[in-house]
Design a protein around this ligand. Structure first.
Ligand code: PEP
Ligand code: MG
Length: 910
């Protein structure tokens, strides 16, 4: 029989796939002997069965019964016991944390009878009835899918009638009346009574959690975070403990280090007399954790000791949720905490200093995406700023943009090219879409662990929370400042500083990040550019981690660059050569006319003349680039795109000439000829037409010109005592014969130039693997090739049959929705298809030519997860855009370190 239910005593932290993150960590804490309320976890496997088959596995019921019995035995209480009921919470918990995305139901087990028992046992009637009305409300909303409004309306009607300011004014009798009204709402909406049977409540709540896996907002979240759609969630059923039992009780969230800056020292929020979700929901402003030390020293000291223990046990920053019930501390959750990118680098570096982790581990604890976030600009410290007010800094960065207050406006304005700042009273999971497109997020309520703060940190988005000087009215579209009386409206520009919590009026200039300065100009310059001790500390941490990644990585990192400026920038960022120098843009602008002349030429002499005119330009292009990369390889790709890209557009030209004709103006012979040429070069599918190597075979002069320019540029620089290292790359090769022809041609030209200049030239000649046929026949192609570079852009296009310029805007959304893929194959390499072809190409190529140099130069060369794949298949280098070079260095280092232990080859048998 499959085991679908695990008591907390049975699992451990490494079982996240099966028990979800929350369940695995609850089990770990239980086994460490920490005070965890007893409970059990229903596995993700049970959820998957439920989602696939529309019903839970049959054994589940029986196993849940057994697990309840265990908990009852431990607690000495029974679910639904009218005299002294055991109450339980039901929470989701997927493998990857999805804050606020799925459902929670508290106080399961209360009914018309047991509420009396709870009142009796707790000695607090009001508390018992408050818990019961919360259950009916929460159960109604999340399990029975009743709108929240009728409940809120009933609550407000009662409070208005009695003239109350808020919930705390309500008496036991009021709460009893609310229970009656809430139950009537349930009956009205569903046609059934609110379930009195605790086991039925529990079963329905479990199902609701399973179902919540597929809500719209959960799907959007997963797509953004690249979390697979089919892994499902676990369900944690746990004994309730109450932080809302009066002044000696409370609930909080804490971190073992500051997740915002990485400072060591305890950090967190505490809310007195509050239950579970109140802290995260950001509904009430919280106290700093240290306040607990004054309120309840015993619990505080115990908590600090546990935090210490957890951090040493997990060897990482932990975040923790806890509750104090009448002076007794309970641990409700822990996990390795989310943190800002700056904190990730600083904490990893600190943990090495503290001898808790190795330098190798430190490199694996940070990601390329986090490094990218650190490259974002900050506000210019010296700029004049007009402060509106301030809130709490929740996620660092600098954001400037128009105020927006809802998803629709946020999306519409950003689509129109505007930058926006999402301003809300507080955020909830429904605001996710707006948060995704905003530069920054500002809320008037809530603490550093509120929904806005947690989600923004996860996205690396700038965020300021709890600016309680602001009154946000999203209906009127206004943001009023209480202290000054000023008013701002939707569309006004504001700036927020997620590092200090400051909020400014209008546009504020921003400066480069010191990490960018460090990466481009070195450690000293980076330290000098840092304005604060924290920033200096960060630059030092990034330097130590990057240096170690460089030391450990096996793959080289090159850049895709086709101008001396880009080459120099890439080199400053640490590029070890150019992996792709596209040459087509060198034929645009004023040179386009020469290409046009070449295309239109009737005879070889005219064609040769046009090409000869192009030669000095091309030679200068290459001299500039080789010089900028002196001593490092530069892979120059011969011209690739269809020729019509150099000719006028067919429709434009036809219309122009037709208008001329209609006006009775004379059309010249040249114009007629041009139109004929444009027509003859018109193709239905130019991407599959006369391009790449095919151009070279059709117009050999073009290839000769390019090879000559490369060779002459190299000879020129060598005579100057430089060390140019060009490599010639032929695009769109499908079969070996194509390469053979071009290679012979190129070798002839190189020999000519050698002779003319007296400089001995040995230029490698290789090709791109960007067609499935090339990957499949890589063993034969390798016999004529000095190196391969995988062009995963075209390889994705041709493997899937997707037009790379069209599909992302036409049907990809549907493909995401249907789960055909979770991330665009143009962004992250599609392992099952394109990746398999790359692996095949590597193996077949090296079968003929062991140790053959191979790299990748498609966009995927700068994508973290693709880089890990390229490490596994054994590429020698990745090539990416200059700005991605630091990310590729770090990720290649991580991949090499991780690969030491987890080498998997996909095509052993090829
Ligand atoms: C590729 O196809 O992956 C490639 C790098 O070439 P381009 O994007 O220029 O077609
Ligand atoms: Mg290509």
């Amino acid at each position: 029989m499959t085991k679908y239910v695990y008591d907390f005593t049975e699992g451990d932290k490494d079982q996240k796939d099966l028990l979800g993150g929350k369940g695995a960590n609850l089990a770990e804490m239980t086994n460490l002997g920490l005070p965890v309320p007893p409970g059990f976890t229903i596995t993700t496997e049970a959820c998957r069965v439920y989602l696939n088959e529309g019903a839970a596995p049959e054994e589940l019921d029986v196993q849940v019964t057994g697990a309840i019995r265990e908990v009852e035995a431990k607690m000495g209480k029974h679910l639904g016991d009218p005299a002294d009921p055991l109450l339980m919470s039901v929470r989701s918990g997927a493998k990857f944390s999805m804050p606020g995305m799925m459902e929670t139901v508290l106080n399961i087990g209360l009914n018309d009878e047991s509420v009396l028992g709870l009142a009796e046992q707790s000695g607090d009637e009001r508390f018992a009835w408050d818990s019961y009305r919360r259950l009916v409300q929460m159960f109604g909303k999340t399990v029975l899918h009743i709108e929240g409004e009728p409940f809120a309306d009933a609550l407000h009607a009662l409070q208005d009638e009695k003239g109350y300011a808020g919930d705390p004014d309500m008496t036991t009798e009021d709460l009893q009346r609310l229970v009656v009204e809430f139950k009537a709402i349930v009956k009205e909406a569903t046609g059934h009574d609110f379930p009195q049977n605790p086991r039925e409540q529990l079963d329905l709540a479990i199902k609701a959690v399973f179902n919540s896996w597929n809500t719209e907002r959960a799907r959007i979240y997963r797509r953004r975070e690249h979390i697979p759609n089919d892994i499902g969630t676990a369900v944690n059923v746990q004994t309730m403990v109450f932080g809302n039992m009066g002044a000696g009780s409370g609930t909080g969230v804490c971190f073992t280090r500051d997740p915002s800056t990485g400072h060591s020292g305890v950090y967190g929020d505490y809310l007195e007399n509050a239950q579970g979700e109140d802290v995260v929901a950001g509904i009430r402003n919280t106290l700093p954790l240290s306040a607990l030390g004054e309120l309840d020293k015993k619990s505080y000291d115990e908590l600090l000791a546990i935090m210490d223990r957890l951090e040493i046990h997990y060897r990482d920053l932990c975040d923790i949720e806890f509750t104090v019930e009448r002076g007794k501390l309970w641990m409700l959750q822990t996990r390795v905490g989310k943190r800002t990118p700056a904190a990730a680098f600083r904490v990893a570096d600190q943990l090495v200093d503290e001898r808790l982790i190795t330098r190798d581990e430190a490199v694996t604890r940070v990601t390329g995406d986090q490094l990218t976030s650190l490259l974002f600009p900050q506000f210019d410290k010296d700029a004049k700023k007009v402060t509106i007010t301030r809130g709490m800094p929740a996620s660092p960065g600098a954001a400037v943009g128009e105020i927006v207050m809802d998803n629709a406006t946020a999306v519409a304005r950003t689509q129109a090219g505007a930058k926006v700042v999402l301003v809300r009273r507080e955020t909830n999971p429904e605001d996710l879409q707006g948060m995704v497109v905003s530069e920054g997020i500002l809320t008037a309520r809530g603490g550093k662990t509120s929904h806005a703060a947690v989600v923004a940190r996860g996205m690396g988005r700038c965020c300021v929370v709890g600016a309680d000087d602001l009154v946000v009215d999203d209906v009127a579209g206004t943001m009023k400042v209480k202290s000054t009386g000023k008013e701002f409206k939707v569309g006004d520009i504001i700036a927020i500083d997620g590092t200090t919590g400051e909020i400014f009026e209008g546009d504020v200039p921003v400066t480069d990040s010191p990490v960018t300065t460090y990466l481009a100009e070195g450690l000293e310059a980076g330290l000098a550019a840092a304005h604060t001790d924290d920033d200096r500390d960060l630059v030092g941490a990034v330097d130590r981690i990057m240096s170690h990644a460089d030391e450990k990585r096996r793959m080289l990192v090159r850049a895709n660059a086709d101008s001396p400026e880009d080459a120099a920038r890439a080199r400053a960022f640490g590029a070890q050569g150019i992996g792709l120098c596209r040459t087509e843009h060198m034929f645009l602008g004023s040179r386009r006319k020469l290409i046009e002349k070449m295309i239109l030429a009737h005879d070889e002499a005219t064609q040769a003349e046009a090409l000869a005119e192009l030669l000095p330009y091309q030679r200068e292009d290459f001299i500039g680039i080789f010089d900028a990369m002196d001593g490092l390889p530069v892979t120059v790709r011969l011209i690739d795109p269809p020729l019509h890209e150099f000719l006028p557009d067919l429709t434009d030209l036809s219309v122009k000439l037709a208008v001329k004709e209609a006006k009775g103006e004379e059309i010249t012979d040249d114009e007629r000829e041009l139109l004929a040429a444009v027509k003859s070069h018109h193709e239905q599918n130019p991407m599959l037409g006369l391009r790449g190597v095919r151009l070279g075979l059709k117009i050999p002069g073009l290839i000769r010109l390019q090879v000559r320019a490369i060779a002459e540029a190299a000879a020129h620089l060598m005579k100057e005592g430089k060390d140019p290292k060009p490599e010639i790359m032929v695009p769109l090769i499908g079969g070996v014969r194509e390469l053979q022809i071009v290679r012979d041609m190129a070798l002839e030209v190189i020999a000519e130039v050698s002779k003319e200049t007296g400089v001995e030239l040995e230029l490698p000649i290789g090709n791109m693997i960007e067609l499935p046929r090339a990957a499949v026949s890589a063993d034969t192609i390798a016999t004529e090739s000095d190196f391969f570079s995988f062009g995963t852009n075209d390889l994705t296009q041709t493997t899937w049959g997707f037009s790379r310029d069209d599909v992302e805007g036409t049907f990809f959304n549907e493909y995401f929705d249907y789960g055909v893929f979770g991330v665009s194959p143009f962004e992250s390499v599609d392992l099952g298809g394109v990746g398999a072809l790359v692996d095949m190409g590597v193996q077949r190529g090296r079968h003929s030519k062991p140790n053959m140099k191979m790299g990748v130069c498609g966009e995927h060369g700068g994508d973290p997860s693709s880089i890990h794949f390229f490490e596994k298949v054994g590429l020698n280098y990745v090539s990416c855009s200059p700005f991605r070079v630091p990310v590729a260095r770090l990720e290649s280092g991580r991949a090499a370190i991780e690969n030491e232990t987890t080498y998997v080859r996909h095509f052993n048998d090829l």
